[in-house]
Write a protein that binds this ligand. Structure first.
Ligand code: HAM
Length: 423
């Protein structure tokens, strides 16, 4: 029989590796909460229409990467089209509108963590199930909050030891700018249409911006000579972009203006940014995180016009950029029973220590003391604690510091054990 394996592009994360995930997730949560964000959890599955309308039908994601299926229909009904979420922004906006959060507070700051699904060609740093950590802000037109978000992101990366990064920023402008830029871009691309990739030809009239972030070499060559959006910014859009840059300067956050940055989603307006990593084990998939403003999406999905901005970082990519793991804090103590009949007493003591917050492991299979102590050594625990008949009568335990060579065995009253093991 063929061996059962994970679906292509989807991975297990086992103990030994998960500790680095925890560290990253905890650092992200802590930082987001220090900046006033609160967590939101939305379903992994949404109505397909949300992504078609929210992300845009002429994007790679909606056009070819979504896991979409038809749900079983009830009697006499046709099944609903559902999709595994390819990203978090559209779902958050749906939740924001559905629960009328807008009516409750003028500015809302949400963060989320979880798996996303895109049917991309798997490679190192590119998977079909991958995890994102993201932040979204509703109700603040910027540009100060735009700079604050970017700065918060750079701070997080620094805290995780990822300092060799490049922050790219650009502005796509608002509706007026985009209409003017679209015309200029089409005027440039139309005469070259025959040389474009098939995808780009197909999407040219609907969405010429997509040509600019196409991965096809012939498209990239043509894109290199295309007009630049920054030359088309309206006065208000230019002032917004200047404000972003001045605020980043005031914060001391280094950045590079990249006028060719467009990113693969259709909802962006004005501020756009991406953080690329240069170090660690990152290969070609060097975009650690991306984000931008999407001031039109809330109105497009049926809400009152509300400015919005956010970003998402790819957890697997950030882990690659972080490089090999530091030594993780392991077990505090390994408890061993002198004789098999001492196991209930070991369990009672283990429970007391665990209730006090210590990380404790035991071996309850009834093996010899020697074999238990071998496991204690291998477990990486700081202390070995042995309990036998004599210790039980005296209310003590024998404690050895496993990190010291030839450490002596100390007899410690059980009442003092928590303190001693914490030391
Ligand atoms: P995105 O650029 O599509 O933006 O994805 C954000 C990050 O998710 C990427 O920079 C990358 O690190 C990671 N990522 C994307 N696809 C994959 C993949 N197939 N495998 C591994 N990692 C991946 C968004 O998703 C937007 N929702 C960001 C945003 C939030 N914009 C505004 N608010």
């Amino acid at each position: 029989m063929a061996k059962l394996r994970t679906v292509k592009g989807m991975n297990d994360v086992l103990p030994g590796e998960i500790e680095r995930w925890h560290r990253l997730e905890q650092a992200f949560r802590d930082r987001a909460e220090r900046y006033g964000f609160a967590e939101v959890r939305t379903p992994l599955v949404e109505h397909t229409e949300l992504f078609e309308r929210g992300i845009g039908e002429a994007t790679d994601i909606v056009d070819k990467e979504m896991y979409t299926f038809t749900d079983k229909a009830g009697e006499g009904k046709s099944g609903k089209r559902l999709t595994l979420r390819p990203e978090g922004t559209a779902s958050c906006v749906r939740a924001y509108l559905q629960h009328n959060v807008q009516g409750q507070e003028p500015v809302t700051k949400w963060y989320y963590l979880g798996p996303m699904y895109r049917r991309e060609r798997p490679a190192k740093g590119r998977y079909r199930q991958f995890y994102q950590a993201g932040c979204e802000v509703y109700g603040d037109p910027g540009p100060y909050v735009d700079a604050e978000l970017i700065d918060m992101l750079v701070g997080l990366l620094g805290e995780l030891g990822v300092r060799d990064v490049e922050v790219l920023i650009n502005s796509l402008g608002g509706a007026t700018t985009r209409t003017r830029y679209r015309e200029a871009l089409l005027a440039y691309l139309r005469p070259r249409a025959a040389e474009l990739s098939e995808d780009s030809q197909r999407r040219l009239e609907r969405n010429p911006l997509r040509v600019l972030d196409s991965k096809a070499p012939q498209d990239q060559e043509i894109a290199a000579g295309a007009p630049r959006v920054l030359d088309f910014l309206s006065d208000e859009d230019a002032a917004h972009f200047d404000g972003l840059r001045a605020t980043l300067d005031a914060l001391g956050t280094p950045y590079t203006v990249e006028p060719r940055l467009v990113r693969g989603l259709d909802y962006y307006t004005r501020t756009l940014f991406e953080v690329r990593g240069r170090g660690g084990e990152l290969g070609a998939q060097n975009a650690l995180c991306g984000g931008g403003r999407y001031d039109d999406m809330i109105a497009q999905l049926g809400g009152k016009p509300t400015p919005a901005i956010g970003f998402a970082l790819g957890i697997e990519r950030l882990l690659l950029a972080m490089g090999p793991a530091d030594a993780e804090a392991g077990l505090d103590a390994f408890l061993a029973a002198q004789r098999p009949e001492d196991r209930p007493a070991v369990l009672v003591l283990a429970r007391t220590l665990r209730e006090a917050g210590l990380r404790v492991e035991t071996d309850l299979r009834g093996n010899s003391l020697k074999s238990q102590l071998r496991r204690a050594d291998k477990s990486g625990a700081r202390f070995a604690v042995v309990l036998g008949e004599a210790e039980q009568t005296q209310g003590t335990a024998k404690v050895t510091d496993l990190r010291q060579q030839n450490a002596e065995r100390r007899e410690i009253p059980q009442a003092e054990l928590v303190e001693a093991l914490r030391a």
